[in-house]
Ligand binder design. Structure first.
Ligand code: SAM
Length: 270
């Protein structure tokens, strides 16, 4: 199942138009997010460059693949979010998510990163259509949260999902980007999602507003997004680890497979 989902075939054949229509995402916003996402360096392997020169059909497919690539994570999450909302047993359906175990590994690492205890509250930047990390934080550890989501329709969908799980008192979804965070008072930990961009801007914005009791971590990947054969096609270096101006890394936590996200715990340099 996963193999098919992550394949070149799967991604190049996704119908993004119908996805946009299905949740009425504003196209301008999509383009904005896309531009942000394409800001990273992409390296196309020589093998693919040759194929692009010599094979027109492949070129069409490849362009479609590139166009769809950055939406795949949203696509899967939107489909799953809708399934949960429609389910008679939303919690059971949520637990069947393909990446449940992988996300749980990230969340456990973040519990350590923030030294989080039941009753603490966190902010999560880039909560997406299916804020699974926040649901897990509450379900397994009693941590409350505020999720920040830049695309209004996606935020709306995730609020609907949170309502279907009856967690609206514990998980709040705010429509906005990192600039909508004005204070971190009473917040124990801030998490920056793997797909939240631009990382540098997010970290610079947070630096002066991190209260002294608020810790922070961001997710990164050693094999960003793509693995196996797809890795040969495009190498997205943007989600790799790096040092950010004005911060020091105090800890790196690498969960066991199937989790691929690695957690960098950072602290402003005083
Ligand atoms: C793949 S999803 C979320 C991860 C996942 N649902 C979880 O619980 O860990 C990433 C989301 O971040 C949003 N996003 C990206 N940059 C952002 C930013 N600067 N502020 C808020 N949301 C952002 C995207 O629109 C996308 O919906």
């Amino acid at each position: 199942m996963k193999k098919i989902k992550e394949s070149f075939e799967y991604i190049s054949n996704l119908n993004i138009e119908s996805l946009i229509k299905s949740i009425e995402i504003n196209k301008e916003i999509i383009n904005h997010v896309k531009v942000i996402k394409e800001g990273g360096e992409e390296k196309i392997s020589n093998k693919v460059k040759d194929k692009l020169k010599n094979d027109d059909a492949y070129k069409v497919k490849f362009n479609k693949f590139c166009e769809n690539l950055y939406f795949t994570y949203l696509y899967d999450e939107i489909i799953m979010a809708n399934k949960i909302i429609k389910s008679m047993f939303p919690f059971d359906t949520y637990r069947k998510y393909d990446y449940y175990k992988a996300y749980l590994g990230s969340v456990e690492a973040e519990i350590k990163a923030g030294n989080l205890k039941e009753g603490d509250k966190i902010i999560f930047i880039g909560s997406g259509p299916l804020p699974i990390s926040l649901i897990m934080m509450y379900e397994h550890f009693g941590i409350e949260s505020i999720g920040i989501e830049i695309i209004p329709k996606v935020a709306e969908l995730s609020r609907k999902l949170i309502r279907s799980l009856k967690l609206s008192d514990n998980i709040e979804i705010v429509t906005g980007d990192h600039f909508s965070i004005k204070t971190t008072e009473n917040i124990k930990h801030v998490i920056v999602a793997l797909a939240a961009e631009p990382k540098d801007e997010i970290l610079q914005w947070l630096r002066p507003i991190l209260s002294k009791n608020t810790s922070m971590s961001y997710r990164f990947s050693e094999n960003p997004k793509l693995e196996g054969k797809l890795k040969e096609l495009i190498n997205n270096s943007k989600r790799r680890y790096r040092e950010y101006d004005g911060y020091k890394t105090i800890r790196i936590i690498k969960p066991a497979p199937p989790t691929t996200n690695i957690i960098a715990v950072v602290e402003p340099i005083s």
